[in-house]
Design a protein around this ligand. Structure first.
Ligand code: ADP
Ligand code: MG
Length: 235
């Protein structure tokens, strides 16, 4: 039996032009990620980790090469089709949570469902179920400013997962948290991977966090290379 990869990237290149100068960031990335995998990506600051996540996450377009998710070639999709594909298939978590300050945790988490015109009752029930999963049943009506950093990041994870995406892309999600809160977030991601079969791609500059993942990739000279897989079992 062959498993079609959830994400298939071939010879992906991405450059930016800034003040007339071309910066080649991704220079031929090849990678397959299968459903249910947990993958970390490490690499120095400026090496292109975020750029890679943005392109795979359909927030940015490749300069050349191919990105397929669930067998669909992203470059062949219109911006409009991409937006709805993203909403249904991909969840994002960033270093800074980007929660809306004037809205409660419940409203923030429900937002992607609301945008998809899910009925109001279902928006609430989905948001509630997801906040329950991330351990925030008791914080439904708090606004972001009334929550700790770790709790805010849990809310943003719940928001990322409310449409039950197949793929979660996390860009330094614990970069802004103390060690204990960070640990809780990593445990939560592991738990969501197990319970929901969620595929997790995590960018982090902290190698001890990267090594928790069964598979580790490193961004090197614009390409992704497999880092040592054995280290995961030592920690
Ligand atoms: P990382 O996440 O590994 O720190 P990034 O992917 O954010 O790296 O950035 C890689 C390189 O691409 C950096 O040199 C950055 O300045 C450049 N870059 C990223 N986004 C843009 C952009 N929108 N316009 C111009 N340059 C960019
Ligand atoms: Mg980055």
């Amino acid at each position: 039996m062959t498993t079609e990869p959830l994400v298939q990237v071939r010879d992906l290149a991405k450059h930016f032009v800034l003040e007339g100068q071309r910066i080649d960031v991704l220079r031929g990335v090849d990678v397959d990620i299968v459903a249910g995998e947990r993958v970390s990506i490490i690499g120095p600051s400026g090496s292109g980790k975020s750029t890679f996540l943005h392109v795979v996450g359909t927030l940015d377009r490749p300069s050349s090469g191919s990105v397929q998710i669930q067998g669909r070639e992203l470059s062949k999709m219109s911006s409009r089709a991409l937006a709805s594909f993203r909403n249904e298939t991909i969840g994002f978590v960033f270093q800074f949570h980007h929660l809306l300050p004037e809205f409660s945790a419940l409203e923030n988490v429900g937002m992607p469902a609301k945008i998809r015109r899910v009925s109001p009752a279902e928006v609430d029930s989905r948001a509630l179920a997801m906040l329950d999963r991330v351990g925030l049943r008791h914080r439904l009506h708090h606004r972001p400013g009334e929550l700790s950093g770790g709790e805010q990041q849990r809310v943003s994870i719940a928001r990322a997962l409310v449409m039950e995406p197949a793929l979660l892309l996390a860009d330094e999600p614990t970069g802004n948290l103390d060690e204990r809160s960070a640990e809780g977030i990593h445990e939560l991601l592991d738990q969501m991977n197990k319970e929901l079969g969620l595929t997790v791609v995590l960018v982090t500059h902290r190698s001890e966090l990267a090594q928790r993942m069964p598979r580790q990739l490193r961004m090197e000279a614009g390409r992704l290379v497999e880092a040592k897989e054995a280290e995961a079992s030592l920690s």
